[in-house]
Design a protein. Structure first.
Length: 306
């Protein structure tokens, strides 16, 4: 191999081919499901290993260097061969024996995870699915690194940049409260009033105020008043029935309980952006036929929420 190329693994070659094809760190990050800073760092590492800038700026765009241009076609052919090899290892759930382990946020729509589990175990007689919450006592980073977790479904604001990511759906943030609450008729709650309200929140473990709601408020220097906590999300709607507490959550979660209990929803302040849910997986599982099948099932069910 030419000097430097011998030090590259398949993931490096795949990213290099993508960068040379897209001629953009941003587009390469979007296409590969990685964070842009992570792709920028990997490009810098590739430049150091190969002793060449590979991509340089020309006006408002990036263009390959002479060596980058020479590498582009051979890399395209290599990736085409890899794709053919990977296609030969298709995952057949009807015949496979596999346990999928998923870690998830507990503010997902209440009927979403049951559908995921039913879809997975219904696909084959020897397919198992185990789902656990992303609580503070679970070392998610270690579990992804050692392969004991296959997939994460979450809405954390800052997912690890070295993980693969794909968007699932976006959901509006609302305030859930009992019927007859003094603010039950509000078309949208202003921020100033929201900050004075008595809030209910799920318990966040050893690091309080690290969830998406408090994280967004902290960006603008605000902090809400949390007067009560519950150990998990699905208890929160029931705790609202005999109090003037307010629970801030995603619309689909709130709508599920508003249809069953005497509760109403009001849109949260405009300063709180929508929640964005996504799935995360480790680089080592990216090309796995089983992992790809798992991600496709989750994405298909998320599509039904749109």
């Amino acid at each position: 191999m030419p000097d430097g190329l011998h030090a590259l693994n398949l993931h490096d070659l795949r990213l290099l081919a993508l960068l040379l094809a897209e001629r953009s760190v941003t587009r390469a990050a979007e296409a590969s499901g990685q964070a842009q800073p992570a792709v920028s760092r990997k490009l810098q590492r590739l430049r150091e290993l190969l002793g060449d800038p590979l991509l340089v700026r020309s006006g408002a765009r990036m263009v390959p260097t002479e060596r980058g241009e020479l590498l582009r076609e051979p890399l395209r052919e290599i990736m085409a061969q890899v794709a053919r090899l990977e296609a030969g290892g298709r995952f057949d759930p009807a015949r496979a024996e596999r346990t999928f382990r998923i870690v998830c946020s507990d503010c997902l729509p209440p009927d979403f995870l049951p559908r995921v589990v039913a879809r997975l175990v219904g696909a084959g007689p020897r397919i198992a699915a185990h789902v656990r919450p992303a609580d503070a006592n679970f070392d998610l980073a270690q579990a992804l690194d050692d392969g004991s977790v296959d997939l994460v479904i979450n809405n954390d604001q800052r997912p690890r940049e070295d993980l693969r990511m794909a968007a699932l759906f976006t959901d509006e943030v609302v305030c859930l409260m009992r019927r007859g609450h003094p603010l039950a008729q509000e078309r949208r709650i202003p921020l100033a009033r929201y900050l004075r309200m008595r809030h209910l929140a799920p318990h966040t473990g050893a690091q309080p105020r690290t969830g998406p709601i408090d994280g967004e408020l902290a960006k603008t220097g605000y902090q809400r008043q949390i007067f009560a906590t519950v150990p998990e999300f699905n208890m929160a709607p029931h705790a609202l029935l005999a109090s003037d507490l307010v629970f801030t959550t995603a619309r689909r979660f709130a709508a599920h309980y508003a249809a069953q209990l005497p509760l109403v929803m009001a849109p949260a302040p405009l300063e709180i952006p929508p929640m964005r849910f996504y799935q995360l997986w480790h680089e080592r599982a990216h090309a796995s036929a089983a992992s790809r099948w798992l991600r496709e099932q989750v994405a298909a069910l998320a599509e039904l929420l749109q």
